[in-house]
Design a protein around this ligand. Structure first.
Ligand SMILES: NC(=O)c1ccc[n+]([C@@H]2O[C@H](COP(=O)([O-])OP(=O)(O)OC[C@H]3O[C@@H](n4cnc5c(N)ncnc54)[C@H](OP(=O)(O)O)[C@@H]3O)[C@@H](O)[C@H]2O)c1
Length: 410
């Protein structure tokens, strides 16, 4: 592990120095700017962000957080938040230093989120930071929860600790975008994901949809599944593909941690899900939720309820009311939902302005067919004013395929 900030790759450092005015504005330190110190801060914060990412798919309903302790230019402790109820990243880093017999007194703490200042599942981190004699705290983002936001900073400053905010804030916000949304709105962050041919088709005219994209794109999709709290599909997809919706390695084994699978949600107004469907009959059926309409046939609902959880939902235009569903999922501490089709369900989330991000994977193939299922079906935009626009658009090659990831700009 590099302990010398000069080891920062030239391009990364330049990128961040180009962004300096913004981060400095946040820090309110324009007159006393120290470029060398800033480069060091960026270096250590990058390390803290890498640690935070280790919590991918494990920490919900808590955010992913990483922390490093640095004393006299050397890394003395590191940690990340592993699971809700377990110690926060700052405490892990302090324990790591102490376990090596190094006192954290006089050190600098780099942490990707403002330290907590209240008693939750664990005691306040601000108390531990002050008690440890840390002299400087650099954080990426301030706690977005208005009840806590800035409180930790005030307490640390009150204890004469130097506090810097906004270091690599953009990366930290992107990492925890679902939690940031849920903590403010108490509804899940919604990602619509589809793998399609270049002409936007997700299945053949005969309904075959397997292996549209290559192995790297599929592995990427599985990693997204691993990171969310719920994966959602429409009943037609269940009937056509009988999916298992688990995050898996190519050999079929479950991606770790196997103990924490995303909830598998089906929109099924009339309770048509077959009792033999994988989602209802496999070893992971405890994680399945079938959402049926209030008027779904009783006997069907009863049979399904014997095997999986069934929610009875109000209808909107004859289908499951998505506003109701997202509120209910949010109450259950589902902070993120990955919508995986088919085209009707994707269109419902997009047209109702309930999706926050799209992840579209394009294979270099052309299917054609006016009746072949499309990645986004529904009624479609009637005129150009209704066209959905994307922002923060990122394109990337993934093996032979193309990945588009973007935010919806409603
Ligand atoms: N390549 C891929 O990535 C991919 C992924 C998924 C699916 N697919 C393909 O897509 C095809 C199925 O797509 P699809 O568009 O026909 O169906 P779908 O989106 O899977 O399911 C749509 C159905 O869900 C039910 N539903 C309940 N509430 C809804 C709501 N609020 N909004 C929308 N639907 C709601 C409706 O049926 P009820 O009224 O009966 O409840 C609706 O007809 C299959 O061929 C499958 O293989 C491909």
């Amino acid at each position: 592990m590099a302990t010398n900030p000069s080891a920062i790759k030239g391009r990364e450092q330049t990128d961040d120095l180009r962004r300096l005015p913004k981060s400095l504005e946040t820090a309110g330190h324009i007159e006393n700017f120290d470029a060398r110190q800033h480069a060091c801060d960026v270096h250590w914060m990058r390390l803290a962000l890498g640690l935070a990412r280790k919590g991918w798919g494990r920490t919900s309903p808590n955010p992913m957080v990483g922390a490093v302790l640095v004393k006299a230019g050397k890394l003395i402790g590191k940690g990340w938040h592993k699971r809700a109820g377990q110690p926060h990243a700052e405490i892990e880093a302090l324990c790591d230093a102490e376990s090596k017999g190094i006192s954290p007194e006089g050190s600098m703490l780099y942490v990707t989120l403002e330290p907590c200042s209240t008693h939750g599942r664990t005691p306040p981190c601000t108390d531990a930071i002050i008690a440890a004699g840390i002299k400087r705290v650099v954080m990426a983002t301030v706690d977005p929860n208005p009840r806590h936001s800035g409180r930790g900073i005030d307490l640390l400053r009150h204890a004469s600790i130097e506090v810097i905010t906004g270091c690599l804030a953009h990366s930290a916000e992107r990492l925890n975008e679902s939690w940031n949304h849920w903590i403010l709105h108490r509804t899940p962050w919604v990602i619509v994901k589809a793998a399609m041919t270049l002409d936007g088709k997700i299945a053949t005219v005969n309904g075959e949809s397997k292996w549209i994209t290559g192995p790297l794109a599929r592995a990427y999709s599985m990693r997204i599944r691993r990171g969310v709290d719920a994966v959602l599909v429409g009943i037609n997809t269940v009937l056509a593909d009988n999916p298992s919706l688990t995050p898996r390695h190519p050999d079929g084994t479950i991606l770790p941690p196997a103990s924490r699978l995303p909830k598998r949600v089906v929109l099924d107004t009339h309770a048509r899900t077959p009792l033999s469907a994988r989602l209802v009959s496999d070893d992971f059926r405890d994680s399945t939720l079938i959402v049926v309409g209030e008027n779904a046939p009783h006997r069907r609902v009863e049979s399904l309820s014997r095997q999986v959880t069934v929610w009875s939902a109000p209808l909107q235009n004859g289908r499951i009311d998505l506003h109701w569903l997202l509120n209910r999922l949010g109450e259950e501490e589902i902070t993120s939902v990955l919508v995986e089709g088919g085209g009707e369900v994707n269109a419902s989330f997009l047209a109702n302005k309930l999706a926050h991000r799209v992840v579209f994977l394009y294979a270099p193939r052309i299917l054609g067919g006016r009746d072949a299922p499309k990645s986004v079906a529904g009624l479609g935009a009637g005129n150009w004013h209704e066209v959905l626009k994307l922002t923060a658009v990122k394109w990337r090659r993934i093996g032979p395929d193309l990945l588009l990831s973007a935010r919806l700009a409603y």
